[in-house]
Every structure is written in structure tokens, then in C-alpha cells.
Ligand binder design. Structure first.
Ligand code: ADE
Ligand code: ZN
Length: 340
């Protein structure tokens, strides 16, 4: 620690409202509980067990979180539902000063892996994103994710959907879901298909399992970014490799604390990873599930690790550089960051 002046309330207010770049955001996981409750009522879907008495999402642990997530997602039945969700999510991004976000989309949830249906969902989401960009100034891009616990066959269908719709808007492919199930190498075929279609790659790893999973993401799937990746910190040789190779971690500190990966933010390795030269970025993962937002993440990180506005600006620049969008869009985002 240096002997610099302590952060003031004014400093914190400035940090909270800095422009932000968010790379790790699941679209269904960003659905406000009221939005899901409203759709469930419209469609007469019974969502018992999904909400706590106070209205928040109810879950006990990671396995239960995934079940509740999928139950809540079951009310999203049409492309129009996803268009409405996209608008709601981008309103939250705008409220948090996010200027660019990448969101995870799953053909498993959007049309059950059928390519024709997926095209309809994607078109609706993209239209909503274009309208929101004009109104709110947030740029969104999509990353298709397969779901690890749905297995490699369904992942191939998701990868095919991704490969067929790859372009300026659909820019990446990745994997979410239960890291404790299956092996990443079983998904290599899907990642190869996506890479050949020009998509950029990321995979959730090192959230629940340790350094070997992060290595598998790098060696078996050949990803350039890692979703979470924080448990790499348990192996300093791996940390050095991440730093030397410029692998970008999509770190979601509030998610990790809410799900119990770390007991509290002070025990989270994000600051130490950064000090050892790893490129870390900051995201919310599934913000209403974890009672977080980008503004809350920034405030909590500033208070816990004494990070200053310069630290957050560097993180946002690194996130923009690691974004999967085309270079003209990236340059525009970097320029907006510079001008702030
Ligand atoms: N899907 C949504 N959130 C997730 C998380 N934190 N880990 C794995 N899969 C997810
Ligand atoms: Zn995630």
C-alpha cells in the first residue's frame, strides 16, 4: 500500500459513474425478477420456487442457481420475449454507464438448437439492440454459449447456429454451465467449428474448479479469454503464463462472492492477479441474481482494494481491447473512454 490520501466520497462518486465496458453478461441472467414474474403471469407459467418472499431470485448454491436460472428462462418463449429482455438489459447497462457490452446467448434457450428458430431469435435481439443503441448509446454484441451440462452433442448444434450466423454482431463462441460436469476437450469440435467460422473464443473455467480447468480451456479449446479464471491464482506458474500470453480474464467479483467461491471480496484474488500482470476485466455475470450492478462492482472494488479512477480506466481500456467486436467499433469505444 502506498501512503496516498484515502478515497473520499467525491472520489467514489466519480468512480461509480465512470464509463464501463462489460464482457461477461448472460442475457437471461440479467433479467430483472419483475420482468420474469411479469412474463410468467402473461403466459400463466408457474414459477414456484424461483423467487424468495421478498421477490428476489431464490437459490442455495451453484447447482441450485443453475436450476433456478433455467426455470426463470423457461418463460422466455418467443423472439419477441428476447427482444423485450434485450431492451430491459440495455436499460440497466445505460443506467450503469456501460458504453459497450457483450452478452452470452444460448441457442439451447433460443429455439432449442434449431437453426431456423435461432435465426429468428437472433434477428429480434439484434433489432432491439440496434434500437437501444440509438436511444441509449450502449453498443451490444453477442457471444453464443453452449451449456456444459447439456453435453457435447447439444454444444455442436449451438456451435453450428453460431457458425452460420457469425458476423459483425455475433462475434464470439463460448461455454457456460456446470464446470464440475464433463471435460472441456469433449467440446473441442464445437470450438474448432466456431473458430473456423471466424468467431473469437472464451470459456467459463476456474470458477468452480482449479488451475487444471483453466489450462484445459487454453490447451484443449484454445480460447483467448477465460470466463472467471480466478482460481488460476492457486498456481502461480499458470498466473505467469496468463500474464505472459496476455490471456484476458472476465472476472465477476460479485458473482464469485454471492455464489460462495470466496467468503468476501477482500479474499478475492482480482487485485493480486492484476498485480502479477494478468489482464483482468470486471463484469457482473447475472446481476439481479447476485444483487449487483456494474456501479456496485466498481464501488466495492474501490473500497476493498483502494483502486482509483486510473485503475478503473485502465481496466475499461483493457476490456475494450479484448472485446470481440470489429476494430472500427473497438477504436470508437476506446476513443469514447479517452474522451471521458
Ligand atoms: N450461467 C450463468 N451464470 C453462470 C456462472 N456463473 N457460471 C456458469 N454458468 C453460468
Ligand atoms: Zn458467467
Amino acid at each position: 500500500m502506498t501512503d496516498r490520501e484515502p478515497l473520499t466520497e467525491e472520489d467514489l462518486a466519480g468512480i461509480e459513474t465512470l464509463p464501463k465496458v462489460e464482457l461477461h453478461l448472460h442475457i437471461e441472467g440479467a433479467a430483472p425478477p419483475d420482468f420474469i414474474r411479469g412474463l410468467a403471469q402473461e403466459k400463466s407459467v408457474n414459477l414456484s420456487g424461483v423467487f424468495r418472499p421478498d421477490g428476489a431470485y431464490a437459490f442455495r448454491d451453484f447447482g441450485h442457481f443453475l436450476q433456478v436460472y433455467e426455470a426463470a428462462t423457461s418463460v422466455l418463449k418467443t423472439p419477441e420475449d428476447y427482444a423485450r429482455l434485450t431492451t430491459a438489459v440495455l436499460e440497466q447497462c445505460a443506467d450503469n454507464d456501460v458504453i459497450y457490452a457483450e452478452t452470452f446467448l444460448s441457442p439451447d434457450f433460443c429455439g432449442g438448437g434449431d437453426l431456423g428458430a435461432w435465426r429468428d431469435y437472433l434477428a429480434a435481439i439484434q433489432d432491439a439492440a440496434t434500437r437501444a443503441e440509438a436511444q441509449m448509446g450502449v453498443t451490444l454484441r453477442g457471444i453464443v454459449t453452449c451449456v456444459r451440462h447439456f453435453g457435447p452433442d447439444r454444444a455442436r448444434a449451438a456451435a453450428r447456429c453460431a457458425a452460420e450466423t457469425a458476423g459483425d454482431w455475433l462475434v464470439g463462441f463460448g461455454m457456460a454451465g456446470d464446470e464440475n460436469r464433463g471435460a472441456q476437450k469433449d467440446f473441442a469440435y464445437s470450438f474448432d467449428m466456431a473458430r473456423e467460422a471466424g468467431l473469437r473464443l472464451t470459456s467459463h473455467a476456474g470458477e468452480w474448479r482449479g488451475p487444471s480447468e483453466v489450462r484445459a480451456a487454453l490447451d484443449d479449446l484454445r480460447v483467448e479469454r477465460i470466463g472467471h479464471g480466478v482460481r488460476a491464482f492457486e498456481d502461480l506458474a499458470l498466473v505467469d503464463r496468463l500474464a505472459e500470453d496476455g490471456v484476458v480474464l472476465e472476472v465477476c467479483p460479485g458473482s464469485n462472492v454471492a455464489l460462495g467461491v470466496y467468503g468476501n471480496l477482500a479474499k478475492h484474488p482480482i487485485d493480486q492477479l492484476r498485480q502479477r500482470g494478468v489482464t483482468v476485466t470486471v463484469s457482473t455475470d447475472d446481476p439481479p441474481f447476485f444483487h449487483t450492478s456494474m456501479r456496485a462492482e466498481y464501488l466495492n472494488l474501490a473500497r476493498t482494494f483502494d483502486w482509483r479512477a486510473e485503475d478503473f480506466m485502465e481496466i475499461a481500456r483493457n476490456a475494450a481491447r479484448a472485446a470481440f467486436c470489429d476494430s472500427a467499433t473497438r477504436d470508437r469505444i476506446l476513443k469514447t473512454l479517452e474522451g471521458s
